[in-house]
Design a protein around this ligand. Structure first.
Ligand code: T4K
Length: 373
């Protein structure tokens, strides 16, 4: 099954939870949260790591801290949380197309959508793929607007040797149960910008400054100590899990080579992936079976896959109805990739034998479909 949590060692987790209980301190920037932020800061090499309740709220905190107004250019090919986070706080997402190698937006797809209403660019590290950040950063700085990176799926990824978390004006990372490091629910704002960090810290806690004075309007986005304990307990496994994920990705590639119309996607140029998602593309004309039918037939054999990200956000309400505002340009690459991709089971809960069995089942379904055609 896609998304099985990366679980911590129970004794490590219980010791941390006991520590929280012994401290008698359960929320409001407690010692475990501060330790988590410190440890992640060391992993990411970023000046500020701010742990919050989830990545969706993290996006909103960054948007508020950057004082965005009007429109934000975002990919349609993303989990709907990216677009919804902006819509929820009164901003208008305008959808840019992706390029096919990285499945991310580029300067060429974003620039035609920039108008005097645009207040930011938000790029997504799709399945951990980092897109062409140099050109996106240059574009954002040419127009004097922030570049926000939704790196929800990308903890542990490096781009040309530099950790994700240190690019753009600010980045957002998810610590949801289905992510490579989980706080059950959780998210991070990561930035090297002192002023943004100060505002995000205030806004996550009712707009209070470090002395507890109410200095601005904020919300309650604080991560509690039990979530921080969970993430602290899982964090040491990050390196080993990436190595194991990488091996499973290689195995899938080996087993599926030669299966007609099925290709395992590789990380994009410059990205050292966390391999948290193993993504295949299904070419129905060659495979004799479409992605959706393959997904259904696998589910019937108790193999649960997910078509991340289908459909693109522009095909979902309310964006579909208001298409003239949200997708004023055609999105051919988004449409084509959204029709083909399927994420396969991987991660610590999936053994190498499971990988062989899933790949074998895909091969048999495709062979059967080919014979029936
Ligand atoms: N930006 C991007 C690019 C994102 O991908 C996401 C989240 C966000 C922003 C927002 O981040 P957060 O606000 O969530 O921190 C799941 C996750 O809920 C979501 O966090 C994630 N992206 C998205 C890609 O995947 P669903 O709706 O597909 O979840 P669901 O319930 O279908 O679960 C997926 C699979 O995981 C299933 O096969 C079941 C399995 N699962 C799930 C949970 C929760 C488990 O085995 N155990 C579990 O505890 O969204």
């Amino acid at each position: 099954m896609v998304g099985r949590p990366n679980l911590p060692q129970l004794d490590v987790l219980t010791a941390l939870i006991r520590e929280a209980l012994d401290n008698g301190w359960l929320s409001n920037q407690g010692p475990l949260l501060r330790r988590l932020e410190h440890e992640l800061g060391a992993v990411l090499g970023a000046a500020h790591v701010i742990a919050v309740v989830n990545a969706t709220t993290a996006i909103q905190l960054v948007a508020k801290a950057c004082e965005l107004a009007g429109e934000v250019v975002v990919p349609s090919f993303t989990f709907p949380a990216t677009a919804q986070a902006f819509t929820w706080i009164g901003l208008t997402p305008v959808f840019a197309d992706i390029e096919l190698n990285s499945a991310t937006v580029t300067a060429a797809t974003v620039e035609p959508l920039i108008t005097d209403r645009t207040s930011a660019i938000c790029a997504v590290a799709t399945w951990g793929n980092v897109g062409p950040l140099e050109e996106l950063s240059a574009l954002a700085s040419d127009y004097g607007i922030p570049l926000i990176l939704d790196s929800a799926q990308a903890l542990g990824v490096t781009y040309h040797g530099r950790q994700v978390g240190t690019f753009g004006t600010a980045e957002v990372i998810s610590l949801h149960a289905t992510k490579i490091v989980s706080a059950c629910e959780g998210g991070l704002v990561v930035t090297n910008d002192d002023a943004i960090a100060e505002r995000v810290r205030a806004m996550r806690s009712f707009g209070t400054n470090p002395s507890g004075k109410f200095t601005t309007v904020g919300t309650n986005a604080k991560m509690h100590e039990i979530s921080a304990a969970m993430a602290l307990a899982v964090l040491p496994s990050l390196g080993p899990v990436i190595a194991a994920n990488r091996r499973k990705h290689t195995l899938y590639r080996e087993y599926l080579t030669g299966v007609s119309g099925v290709v395992v996607r590789e990380p994009s140029d410059g990205t050292a992936s966390n391999y948290h998602y193993v993504v295949i593309e299904v070419d129905s004309a060659v495979a004799g079976i479409g992605r959706d039918e393959l997904c259904e037939r696998l589910a019937a054999r108790n193999i649960h896959t997910k078509p991340y990200f289908a459909p693109g956000c522009h095909a979902l309400e309310p964006y579909r109805t208001e298409s003239a505002i949200h997708s004023p340009k055609p999105l051919p690459n988004t449409e084509s990739l959204a029709a083909r991709v399927l994420c396969l089971p991987t991660g610590p809960a999936v053994t190498d034998t499971d990988v062989a069995s899933v790949a074998h089942t895909i091969a048999s379904i495709v062979a059967l479909a080919g014979r029936a055609a």
